[in-house]
Design a protein around this ligand. Structure first.
Ligand code: NOJ
Length: 562
């Protein structure tokens, strides 16, 4: 695995705004992260993924960048960033940055210039089109709702924004734009960072005839731009160019965010010749509970759907690409609330560990989102006011106010279920005010359960979710089978059970997990002759799996001599 250290790595995602605030302004910052590096070291992870810390007006919490070469004032200074990299490296950890280059902020100097006139040298940095009879150039709906085109009176034309109108899409057809981006990537890499997580990188190549999209209902009366922009005609060409010009010159890791990518798409992005990216975030398993309006639904998932999708990806990318393994990030609800059970303390503890076991024993690079390792839960705020996410606000305007397809109360339930702010409440460090996150007023409310769910309490508790994560991380370092074994789904007798095997020439593991709050019969659970690698119960009940029980068996493969 020379040069492929990321195959054995575990990544920890920090969402800086909500991690640790050192100066009392209610917003997490770089100094706060530095203060917590010993904790991250204690956890045992290998890589930190830092969500955007660049200068930004924060229309979308930093995914709208106005200066790629500066640090946002609330987060700190470039000197503090350099110190962070130094301190991370001193602990033997690597750090990757978020790279947001499908779009910039509308306050980026390129866009300020671009909108001035059709002959401005920066005009072609963005995607401008004339309207049709006082209407936008086509019917595309923004992923943050409403039209994906914004009219600009200065030149009487429209610009494209797949996200909010504060996030105009860059024009990747323009070779100068690509060159600017590659230079900027080089600049960060030469500072010593260890790679990039590439925001919606699969969107950078749009179909250039800009046809109308199909009206599916997901975007109200607007057309779906997804098939016309996602994994578009030149995306692989651009990534190969980026790889040649920048990535191949460094020993780094890259992970592309690729919503709607199929297994075939992912195999191409992560091809074994290494000409594009190391791995991608696919979305299929975090869409298993989506409804007519996408994540704005009260649906719960079906266990069999989650198992089917994750199994498909395990099989599809074996020796053919590389998986990223995740259940949470800053855009997803808390996994224990979504896929586990928070109805009582015992089920919360067991189900969080069970989910972690299932994820960590798969092939790929696991990602832990801050707070996942202590089983943080969705906060269930009872007012929409407490959810500041721009996506939720704009979707409310579309679905509740304009198109009136949902009541405000139903919309609140949807946000409580799958909204993005579920993951963005402050990290719960201890039982002090605001969970120890800030001495000021936090930018978003703290989850009330911090007196019960916090890092301090779990460090001291042998049986905590946190200590269980530490064991799982450690196991991945010891046993190669976890990174290289072939996956096979086991047929079990209940749709609430997930069983799978991983096997290489020398070793094998078997994983059994009960996704229900009932005791379920499972004949493969035995006491004798099988080494238990890890389990979330203290003992074994042969023939049974208790509520949310997970167990991993390990065996050496005896080779036959003939
Ligand atoms: C994906 C990011 O993860 C999300 O938070 C952001 O809103 C969009 N891309 C736009 O950058």
């Amino acid at each position: 695995m020379k040069g492929q250290w990321w195959k054995k790595a575990v990544v920890y995602q920090i969402y800086p705004q909500s991690f640790c605030d050192s100066d009392g302004d209610g917003i997490g910052d770089l100094k706060g992260i530095i203060k917590k590096l010993d904790y991250i070291k204690y956890l045992g992870v290998d890589v930190i993924w830092l969500s955007p810390v660049y200068r930004s007006p924060k229309a979308d919490n930093g995914y709208d960048i106005s200066d790629y070469y500066s640090i946002s004032r609330e987060f700190g200074s470039m000197d503090e960033f350099d110190l962070l990299v130094k301190e991370v490296h001193a602990r033997g950890i690597r750090i990757i940055m978020d790279l947001v280059v499908n779009h910039t902020s509308d306050e980026h100097p390129w866009f300020i210039e671009s909108r001035k006139s059709v002959s401005n040298p920066y005009r072609e940095y963005y995607i401008w089109r004339a309207g049709k009879e006082n209407q936008p150039p086509n019917n595309w709906g923004s992923w943050f709702n409403g039209s994906a085109w914004e009219y600009d009176s200065a030149t009487d034309m429209y610009y494209l924004h797949i996200f909010s109108k504060k996030q105009p899409d860059l024009n990747w057809e323009n070779a100068t734009v690509r060159k600017e981006i590659y230079q900027m990537m080089d600049w960060w890499l030469s500072k010593g960072i260890d790679g990039f997580r590439m925001d919606v990188i699969s969107l950078i190549s749009k179909k250039q005839d800009f046809p109308d999209g199909r009206i599916t209902g997901t975007y109200g009366s607007y057309g779906d731009l997804t098939p016309l922009c996602e994994n578009g005609p030149k995306v692989h060409k651009y990534l190969k160019e980026m790889n040649r010009e920048v990535l191949s010159k460094y020993d780094i890791m890259t992970v592309g965010e690729t919503p709607n990518a199929s297994v075939q798409d992912a195999a191409e992005y992560t091809n074994s010749e290494g000409t594009e990216l190391n791995m991608v975030f696919q979305f299929e398993h975090v869409m298993v509970d989506y409804g007519k309006y996408g994540k704005y639904t009260k649906n719960r998932y079906r266990v069999s759907d989650l198992i089917r999708v994750l199994s498909k990806w395990q099989e599809g990318l074996y020796e053919n690409g590389w998986n990223s393994l995740y259940l949470e990030n800053h855009d997803q609800p808390r996994s224990v609330s979504r896929f586990g059970d928070t109805s009582n303390e015992l089920f919360w503890n067991k189900s969080a560990k069970m989910l972690a076991t299932c994820l960590f024993m798969l092939q790929g690079t696991p990602y832990i989102y801050q707070g996942q390792e202590i089983g943080m839960t969705n906060p269930m705020f009872d007012s929409l006011e407490d959810y500041p996410d721009i996506e939720a606000k704009q979707t409310y305007d579309l679905l509740v106010k304009q198109e009136k397809v949902m009541s405000a109360a139903d919309f609140l339930s949807c946000v409580q279920n799958l909204g993005r702010d579920n993951a963005r409440t402050p990290m719960q460090w201890n039982t002090e005010n605001n969970a120890g996150f800030t001495k000021g007023t936090p930018w978003i409310k703290v989850n009330e359960n911090y007196d019960r769910i916090n890092v301090k309490r779990q460090i001291d508790d042998e049986d905590s979710i946190l200590n269980y994560y530490r064991k799982l991380i450690e196991l991945r370092k010891i046993h190669d089978i976890i990174s290289d074994g072939k996956y096979e789904l086991l047929e079990l007798n209940s749709e609430n059970l997930w069983g799978y095997q991983r096997r290489n020439e020398y070793e094998q593991i078997e994983v059994y997990a009960n996704f229900s709050s009932f005791v379920v019969v499972c004949e493969y659970i035995k006491n004798e002759n099988k080494k238990v690698l890890i389990s979330n119960y203290k003992d074994i009940r042969p023939g049974l799996l208790r509520p949310y029980e997970a167990i991993v068996y390990y065996e050496k493969v005896i080779k036959s001599t003939n």
